[in-house]
Design a protein around this ligand. Structure first.
Ligand code: SAM
Length: 304
């Protein structure tokens, strides 16, 4: 079967031929639903900037989570991306994207469903990237799922609420440094790209938003995901305590810390990613099948 995404002579995508996004929203009665984290981007200059911030997408299949009325999708189709696969949970938005799909000359696939259950490796052939203005209520679990197999992606370019973005890129010995910082920076290089005020969205959320660009770390510190999650959760579960106390839940904390060459009096926020990876390896060597992370889940609040 001919693949329009590969064809050098493909019909150019002409976003100017499409109706304004406000018209799409009105025609399809896309009143924003808070439960679905719907805060739409209607400024096409802004969506073009976001698509550019993903870097060179030529030949790449982009997965977008939550295309909504399709503003960012239009911008992605205007890049050199080979194709866009957009996963959307709201059937109203899926219906509203039909015109865009028709204009995209076979480069846009729309998948109706929950992105938490979608496997990007199945949906998008390599090289693949994710670009998304994420629904904030599921942003953290989506990110963690992608980080687990970060080497499957060229990059992730994602909009988070600023408070979460600050945690992703926080360095040790800062108030924002925590579980999300360690898990993210273990697997990825993460860089904030731009921060947007609430008024950039329709309807405006209560908080600022930040785009973060993540690329896979070429050689992440060796450790299993489960062991890393377990030790990081235990350490930050009681972040103000010394590790010899906070790691007691793992059993024989002093021996673990010694094996990981970490001072028992240090606190979680002083330990860098390499230190946590040593701890995870020591934990796994002692107990080769660590219990799955059992602490409170990483918070994934809504956009507010
Ligand atoms: N990309 C659009 C934009 O920038 O204007 C919409 C972004 S809006 C913040 C989030 C989108 O994600 C909404 O369209 C919402 O319906 C969709 N969504 C929410 N939860 C989802 C889920 N679990 N899986 C897939 N899409 C979801």
């Amino acid at each position: 079967m001919a693949d329009p995404g590969d064809s050098p002579g493909r019909t150019p995508f002409d976003p100017a031929a499409l109706p304004p996004l406000r018209e799409v929203i009105a025609r399809h009665e896309l009143g924003a639903r808070k439960a679905l984290g719907q805060n739409f981007l209607l400024d096409l200059n802004l969506t073009a900037r976001i698509a550019r911030s993903a870097g060179d997408l030529s030949g790449v299949t982009v997965m977008e989570v939550g295309p909504g009325p399709g503003g960012l999708t239009r911008a992605l189709l205007a890049t050199d991306a080979r194709a866009v696969v957009a996963v959307e949970r709201d059937p109203r938005c899926v219906a509203a994207l039909a015109d865009l799909q028709a204009a995209a000359g076979g480069r846009l696939t729309i998948v109706e469903g929950d992105a938490l259950e979608a496997d990007p490796v199945d949906l998008a052939p390599a090289p693949r990237a994710v670009v998304a203005n994420l629904p904030y209520n599921v942003a953290t679990p989506l990110l963690l799922g992608w980080l687990k197999r970060m080497d499957a992606f060229r990059s992730l370019t994602l909009m988070f609420q600023k408070e979460v973005a600050d945690r992703l890129v926080a360095r040790p010995r800062t108030k924002d440094y925590g579980r999300l910082s360690v898990m993210t920076q273990w697997k990825a290089e993460a860089r904030p790209v731009m921060t947007l005020p609430p008024r950039a969205f329709t309807p405006p959320p209560k908080v600022e938003s930040t785009i973060v660009h993540l690329t896979p770390r070429p050689t992440p510190e060796p450790a299993s995901w489960a062991a890393m999650e377990t030790v990081v959760a235990a350490a930050f579960g009681q972040r103000r305590k010394m590790l010899r106390a906070s790691l007691k839940t793992l059993g024989n904390a002093e021996a673990l810390l010694e094996a990981a060459e970490l001072p028992p009096t240090a606190r979680a926020e002083e330990i860098d990613v390499a230190g946590f990876a040593r701890l995870a390896r020591a934990f796994e060597e002692r107990d080769p099948s660590p219990s799955r992370f059992a602490g409170p889940s990483l918070s994934h609040k809504g956009r507010g």
